[in-house]
Design a protein around this ligand. Structure first.
Ligand code: ASP
Length: 349
């Protein structure tokens, strides 16, 4: 008789509120040792599988996350990939949506869950949300379907009882326990008495036996320009035409509209003619860019801006870092912005 292999989960602690405690001297929250976090959650010992953990050194508040941290997380997963059924990344909430988006593009051939989680209150305080977030994330990372494959083999964020696709999620609340939402894509699972998986929305690999590869080359020459009434030609041109940017994410109004003034459209055209990639992403939390709808959107299209469709700004940024790292050809990058690579956009025709 063959016995099923016991599942194994790796917890990777990068920092964030979940593992912080009050430093009364500094009157601020500071990270504490990971062993102490696990002591706070004896419930993890009740799972019938192995849970290993490792901790980044130094631990960081996620406001200090940069692409080198993503490369380190991806490298850690790659190194330990064969030994584990799933990975739970403990991460600060502030930039969690950026990190989850980035990892979704950097990890290619993923067949196992990578679940980001954290908390609004440190795990050591009585009303913490960290315990439930951590315990449910571990359960999700270990969940299997009838054939023994991972139920959620993609990069996700579990927070406040919702499992969201990582590159669709955004932080919307700095106080409430329901801190994340995924405005343009349904939750992958919801945790109540049971964890209900919305299987039709979960991405599954074509080949369960493919190997994982990491795309660690990221080109960060991307700026974000948020349009607002009263924005000046100097500011718009300064950002769009800066020699230090290869692409600009333009956060526009509504369905992708921006000022129709000649100086504005002219600056976009000038940047495009100089070879830059201008990606139009809506300032609205929900809904998609449709540059054909209004004259103010159409002039951006005619000037050469490309649509960000219904993606989040976090995911557009991570996708551009990834694509620019893959190729020096801006026309290829633009074409790929129109492709749904990891479930980050829905393209309407
Ligand atoms: N500043 C913290 C961080 O992002 C906030 C949190 O974890 O919620 O690391």
């Amino acid at each position: 008789m063959t016995r099923a292999k016991k599942a194994a989960i790796l917890l990777i602690y990068t920092g964030g509120t979940i593992g912080m405690k009050h430093d009364f001297g500094a009157r601020a929250l500071k990270p504490f040792d990971f062993g102490q976090i696990l002591d706070e959650v004896p419930e993890l010992g009740k799972f019938a599988f192995k849970i290993d953990s490792l901790s980044f050194d130094p631990l960081i508040d996620s406001s200090d996350v940069d692409p080198s941290v993503w490369v380190k997380i991806a490298g850690t997963i790659k190194e330990r990939y064969d030994g584990y059924d799933g990975f739970v990344i403990l991460h600060g909430t502030d930039t969690m949506a950026y990190s989850a988006s980035a990892l979704s593009f950097m990890l290619d051939g993923l067949t196992k869950p990578v679940v980001f989680t954290g908390s609004q209150l440190p795990i050591g305080v009585p009303r913490t949300d960290g315990k439930e977030n951590l315990i449910s994330s571990v359960e999700i990372a270990s969940a299997k379907d009838e054939s023994g494959h991972a139920l959620v083999p993609e990069v996700s964020i579990y927070f406040g009882s919702l499992l969201l696709r990582g590159n669709r999620a955004t932080k919307i609340d700095s106080e409430n326990f329901s801190a994340f939402c995924s405005p343009n894509f349904p939750a992958l699972a919801e945790a109540g008495i049971n964890i209900k998986y919305n299987r039709e929305y979960i991405r599954r690999p074509l080949d369960w036996y493919q190997s994982l590869s990491v795309h660690a080359r990221l080109d960060t020459r991307v700026s974000i320009l948020k349009i607002h009434p009263g924005i000046t030609p100097q500011i718009v041109r300064g950002i769009l035409c800066s020699p230090d940017t290869r692409s600009v994410i333009m956060e526009t109004y509504g369905s992708g509209n921006a000022p129709s003034a000649d100086w504005f459209v002219g600056a976009v055209r000038e940047a495009v003619e100089a070879g830059k990639i201008i990606v139009n992403v809506s300032q609205c939390t929900a809904g998609a860019v449709d540059m054909e709808l209004y004259a103010t959107g159409r002039s951006l299209l005619e000037a050469g801006a490309v649509s960000g469709h219904d993606c989040t700004t976090e995911s557009a940024l991570a996708k551009l870092f990834f694509l620019q790292g893959e190729s020096g050809d801006n026309e290829w990058v633009k074409a790929m912005m129109d492709e749904n690579l990891k479930g980050e956009i829905k393209i309407k025709y």
